[in-house]
Design a protein around this ligand. Structure first.
Ligand code: PMP
Length: 353
């Protein structure tokens, strides 16, 4: 008797994990620093009592999908929901990737796009962003025409670099892709343009969104996409039966009733982001502009990893991206509450002194 080895192609591939350290100020995973509204929690608690827990949930998540369709001004058959937008991305790779197929990514970008592709046996073809991390449309067009990926991933605003894609470039790339163009808008509410406005039944464009960031619901694990009904139907074929529990369906359906509160939280984060960037100007760091709830920066006087440890010693956890390809020496900080940001800036000033 022996425990078999896992699939060869998993190799030494590591999961994508940021350490969950018990510190006072956690600015490492781009969550919302604020909880959802108390009124949402009250409404949720009330509705929970009406769930028939002995029964499987609505397999089509009708109420939730309709609420999301109304939010975006699209139809319900254009919405697919899953347990976090990572699971939406996984469903896309299961349905449109797999052995003999490839996905295209433009690095540096969200690591899970290539990670999930690998896990689903899909080849990853990589293009590089420009030194300022913007998308080079010529590089992108050459790559997709040479390699023929069935999925081309963009991330807008791009994690971990922070800037949204140029709408003209997104439209131009949509014309060029031989397969699906997936625009990951996990931080979409921070940008002034959304690719959702370009989605229609005939275009190979899908846009993914999440409740984990601006909706303050990372614990609920809920994400979705807006796309053509044929894509939604394909994703339903790879999703497990009843994959979306009743609790989550209610939580998401009620959340979108509080869109105004969500936008207020976005406003606070944007103001705090500007304050952090202004403070960075007086410190020996290079910081990149951001249209999201995080900032990529590179300390100039000490190694990124040393600064990361120095911050941790002072109770502040940021994301150590200093050894990631293309991001040598860089760290990524999530915008927190005003108090958390003060603690971060004080700690960073001390570490860089
Ligand atoms: N896309 C991007 C760009 C992200 O940064 C994240 C969260 N780190 C996700 C997707 C996944 O979010 P979730 O699975 O929590 O919806």
């Amino acid at each position: 008797m022996a425990i078999p080895e896992p699939r060869d192609d998993l190799g030494l591939r590591e999961g994508y994990h940021s350490p969950q350290v018990d510190v006072a100020v956690r600015l490492n995973t781009n969550e919302s620093p604020l909880p959802p509204p108390a009124e949402w929690l009250a409404a949720l608690t009330e509705e929970l009592g009406r769930i028939a827990f002995n029964r499987y949930p609505d397999r089509d998540a009708t109420g939730l999908r309709q609420a999301l369709a109304d939010l975006h001004g699209v139809r319900r058959d254009q919405i697919f929901c899953a347990n976090g937008s990572n699971e939406v991305l996984q469903s896309l790779c299961l349905a449109y990737g797999g052995p003999g197929r490839s996905v295209a990514v433009f690095e540096p970008t969200y690591a899970l796009h290539s990670h999930i592709a690998h896990l689903t046996g899909t080849e990853v073809v990589e293009g590089q962003r420009r030194p300022d991390f913007s998308l080079d449309l010529d590089v992108a067009r050459d790559l997709v025409s040479a390699r023929g990926p069935t999925i081309t991933f963009l991330c807008s605003p791009n994690n971990p670099t922070g800037m949204a894609e140029d709408p003209t470039a997104v439209r131009a790339l949509l014309e060029a892709v031989p397969g699906l163009l997936v625009v990951d808008e996990a931080y979409g509410q921070f940008a002034d343009w959304s690719a959702v406005s370009v989605v229609d039944d005939a275009s190979p464009l899908v846009v993914t969104r999440t409740f984990s960031k601006t909706w303050s619901m990372a614990a609920a694990r809920l994400g979705y996409l807006v796309g053509p009904p044929v894509v939604v139907a394909a994703l339903e074929r790879v999703a497990l039966p009843y994959h979306l529990d009743a609790f989550k369906q209610v939580a998401g359906r009620l959340a979108v009733q509080f869109v105004g509160e969500m936008e207020q939280r976005v406003g606070l984060v944007v103001r705090e982001r500007q304050r952090i960037l202004a403070a960075f100007a007086g410190l020996p760091v290079v910081a990149w502009p951001s249209q999201s709830n995080f900032i990529l920066f590179r300390p100039e006087t000490r190694k990124g990893n040393e600064v990361w440890h120095g911050l941790l010693d002072r109770g502040v956890l940021v994301r150590d991206t200093s050894a990631w390809p293309g991001l040598t020496g860089c760290l990524r900080v999530t915008v927190g509450t005003p108090e958390e940001n003060d603690t971060f800036l004080t700690a960073l000033t001390e570490v860089l002194r």
